[in-house]
Design a protein around this ligand. Structure first.
Ligand SMILES: [Zn+2]
Length: 59
């Protein structure tokens, strides 16, 4: 959405979780961290957390 970087499924998934499930454009992890005043490491932890819960966005 912002920097034009190629995204991974994880990045698309965490964007949906944190911003908008119906989104069609997405932040990469760095831009999302900036936008949410978080860090890439914290976002990665959340991705692992959601994956551990069996969330279908993070297969
Ligand atoms: Zn970006």
């Amino acid at each position: 959405m912002k920097c034009g970087k190629t995204l991974t499924n994880d990045e698309i998934g965490i964007h949906k979780k944190m911003i908008n499930r119906g989104a069609t454009e997405f932040f990469c992890l760095r831009c999302l961290a900036e936008f949410t005043h978080s860090t890439e490491d914290r976002l990665r932890e959340r991705i692992e957390h959601f994956r551990a819960q069996g969330c279908l966005l993070f297969q």
